[in-house]
Design a protein around this ligand. Structure first.
Ligand code: TYC
Length: 141
Protein backbone atom coordinates (compact mmCIF):
# COMPACT_ATOMS: atom_id res chain seq x y z
CA UNK A 1 0.00 0.00 0.00
CA UNK A 2 1.49 3.29 -1.11
CA UNK A 3 1.64 6.15 1.37
CA UNK A 4 1.25 8.66 -1.40
CA UNK A 5 -2.06 10.44 -1.51
CA UNK A 6 -3.82 10.14 -4.79
CA UNK A 7 -6.81 12.22 -5.86
CA UNK A 8 -9.33 10.97 -8.31
CA UNK A 9 -10.95 13.81 -10.22
CA UNK A 10 -14.30 13.06 -11.72
CA UNK A 11 -15.86 15.50 -14.17
CA UNK A 12 -19.03 15.02 -16.03
CA UNK A 13 -21.15 17.13 -18.32
CA UNK A 14 -22.91 18.83 -15.41
CA UNK A 15 -19.63 20.41 -14.27
CA UNK A 16 -17.87 23.44 -15.64
CA UNK A 17 -14.64 25.28 -14.91
CA UNK A 18 -16.17 26.82 -11.80
CA UNK A 19 -17.37 23.53 -10.34
CA UNK A 20 -15.65 22.54 -7.15
CA UNK A 21 -14.45 19.20 -6.02
CA UNK A 22 -14.68 18.52 -2.35
CA UNK A 23 -12.02 16.25 -0.93
CA UNK A 24 -13.12 13.95 1.84
CA UNK A 25 -10.44 12.40 3.96
CA UNK A 26 -11.02 8.92 5.21
CA UNK A 27 -8.96 8.11 8.30
CA UNK A 28 -7.66 4.67 9.14
CA UNK A 29 -8.87 3.02 6.03
CA UNK A 30 -5.48 2.11 4.61
CA UNK A 31 -5.51 -1.31 3.15
CA UNK A 32 -9.23 -1.45 2.48
CA UNK A 33 -10.19 -3.14 -0.70
CA UNK A 34 -11.62 -1.44 -3.73
CA UNK A 35 -15.35 -1.11 -3.37
CA UNK A 36 -18.14 -0.76 -5.84
CA UNK A 37 -18.89 2.95 -5.51
CA UNK A 38 -17.48 3.81 -8.91
CA UNK A 39 -14.32 5.45 -7.57
CA UNK A 40 -11.52 2.99 -8.11
CA UNK A 41 -9.71 2.05 -4.96
CA UNK A 42 -10.58 5.17 -2.99
CA UNK A 43 -10.40 3.35 0.28
CA UNK A 44 -7.00 1.97 -0.58
CA UNK A 45 -5.44 5.39 -0.49
CA UNK A 46 -7.32 7.09 2.29
CA UNK A 47 -8.91 9.75 0.08
CA UNK A 48 -12.24 9.81 -1.58
CA UNK A 49 -13.86 12.52 -3.61
CA UNK A 50 -17.34 13.86 -3.25
CA UNK A 51 -18.56 16.09 -6.03
CA UNK A 52 -19.73 19.50 -4.90
CA UNK A 53 -23.16 20.27 -6.30
CA UNK A 54 -22.63 21.89 -9.70
CA UNK A 55 -23.98 25.42 -9.57
CA UNK A 56 -25.69 25.87 -12.88
CA UNK A 57 -26.78 29.41 -13.53
CA UNK A 58 -29.15 30.25 -16.32
CA UNK A 59 -27.66 32.80 -18.71
CA UNK A 60 -28.99 36.33 -18.13
CA UNK A 61 -31.77 37.02 -20.63
CA UNK A 62 -32.25 40.16 -22.70
CA UNK A 63 -35.42 41.74 -24.09
CA UNK A 64 -35.50 42.81 -27.70
CA UNK A 65 -37.56 46.00 -27.96
CA UNK A 66 -39.12 47.46 -31.05
CA UNK A 67 -39.45 51.25 -31.03
CA UNK A 68 -42.08 53.40 -32.67
CA UNK A 69 -41.37 56.08 -35.23
CA UNK A 70 -43.60 58.22 -37.44
CA UNK A 71 -42.51 56.96 -40.85
CA UNK A 72 -42.00 53.19 -41.05
CA UNK A 73 -45.02 51.65 -42.80
CA UNK A 74 -47.11 49.39 -40.56
CA UNK A 75 -46.92 46.61 -43.13
CA UNK A 76 -43.10 46.68 -42.97
CA UNK A 77 -43.18 46.31 -39.17
CA UNK A 78 -45.57 43.36 -39.47
CA UNK A 79 -43.19 41.82 -42.00
CA UNK A 80 -40.28 42.22 -39.53
CA UNK A 81 -42.21 40.57 -36.72
CA UNK A 82 -43.23 37.66 -38.93
CA UNK A 83 -39.80 37.07 -40.37
CA UNK A 84 -37.33 37.89 -37.57
CA UNK A 85 -39.48 36.87 -34.62
CA UNK A 86 -41.55 34.07 -36.16
CA UNK A 87 -44.88 35.59 -35.20
CA UNK A 88 -48.06 34.58 -36.98
CA UNK A 89 -49.55 37.50 -38.94
CA UNK A 90 -52.31 38.18 -36.41
CA UNK A 91 -49.93 38.40 -33.45
CA UNK A 92 -47.46 40.47 -35.50
CA UNK A 93 -50.25 42.93 -36.28
CA UNK A 94 -51.29 43.17 -32.61
CA UNK A 95 -47.71 43.80 -31.44
CA UNK A 96 -47.10 46.35 -34.20
CA UNK A 97 -50.18 48.25 -32.98
CA UNK A 98 -48.89 48.12 -29.38
CA UNK A 99 -45.60 49.68 -30.51
CA UNK A 100 -47.50 52.26 -32.57
CA UNK A 101 -49.69 53.33 -29.65
CA UNK A 102 -47.40 52.79 -26.64
CA UNK A 103 -44.07 53.76 -28.19
CA UNK A 104 -42.35 50.40 -27.74
CA UNK A 105 -42.94 46.71 -27.03
CA UNK A 106 -40.92 43.64 -26.12
CA UNK A 107 -40.87 41.39 -29.17
CA UNK A 108 -38.66 38.59 -27.83
CA UNK A 109 -36.45 37.47 -24.92
CA UNK A 110 -33.16 35.68 -25.61
CA UNK A 111 -29.64 35.09 -24.26
CA UNK A 112 -27.50 38.20 -24.87
CA UNK A 113 -25.73 37.13 -28.08
CA UNK A 114 -28.97 36.17 -29.77
CA UNK A 115 -30.77 39.31 -28.61
CA UNK A 116 -27.90 41.47 -29.93
CA UNK A 117 -27.86 39.68 -33.26
CA UNK A 118 -31.63 39.93 -33.74
CA UNK A 119 -31.66 43.61 -32.89
CA UNK A 120 -28.74 44.34 -35.25
CA UNK A 121 -30.36 42.33 -38.04
CA UNK A 122 -33.62 44.27 -37.68
CA UNK A 123 -31.83 47.64 -37.67
CA UNK A 124 -29.73 46.71 -40.69
CA UNK A 125 -32.71 45.38 -42.63
CA UNK A 126 -34.74 48.53 -41.88
CA UNK A 127 -31.80 50.71 -42.99
CA UNK A 128 -31.39 48.72 -46.22
CA UNK A 129 -35.07 49.39 -46.91
CA UNK A 130 -34.79 53.10 -46.07
CA UNK A 131 -37.02 52.96 -43.00
CA UNK A 132 -36.09 54.57 -39.66
CA UNK A 133 -37.39 51.60 -37.65
CA UNK A 134 -35.15 50.78 -34.67
CA UNK A 135 -34.89 47.97 -32.17
CA UNK A 136 -32.77 47.81 -29.03
CA UNK A 137 -32.03 45.38 -26.23
CA UNK A 138 -32.40 45.60 -22.45
CA UNK A 139 -31.40 43.18 -19.71
CA UNK A 140 -34.30 41.48 -17.97
CA UNK A 141 -34.72 42.28 -14.26
N1 TYC B 1 -45.97 54.64 -36.30
C1 TYC B 1 -45.80 54.02 -37.59
C2 TYC B 1 -46.83 54.58 -38.56
O1 TYC B 1 -47.75 55.24 -38.15
C3 TYC B 1 -45.94 52.50 -37.52
C4 TYC B 1 -44.91 51.84 -36.70
C5 TYC B 1 -45.23 50.81 -35.84
C6 TYC B 1 -43.56 52.22 -36.80
C7 TYC B 1 -44.29 50.17 -35.08
C8 TYC B 1 -42.58 51.57 -36.05
O2 TYC B 1 -42.01 49.90 -34.50
C9 TYC B 1 -42.95 50.56 -35.21
N2 TYC B 1 -46.64 54.30 -39.85
Amino acid sequence: MSEKAQVVLAMDERMNDESEIELVHHNSRLGSADDDDGVAGDRDIGLATAEAKPELKRPPMYKVLLLNDDYTPMEFVVHILENFFSMPREKATQIMLVVHSEGKAVVGIYPRDIAETKSEQVNLYAQENDHPLMSSIEMTD
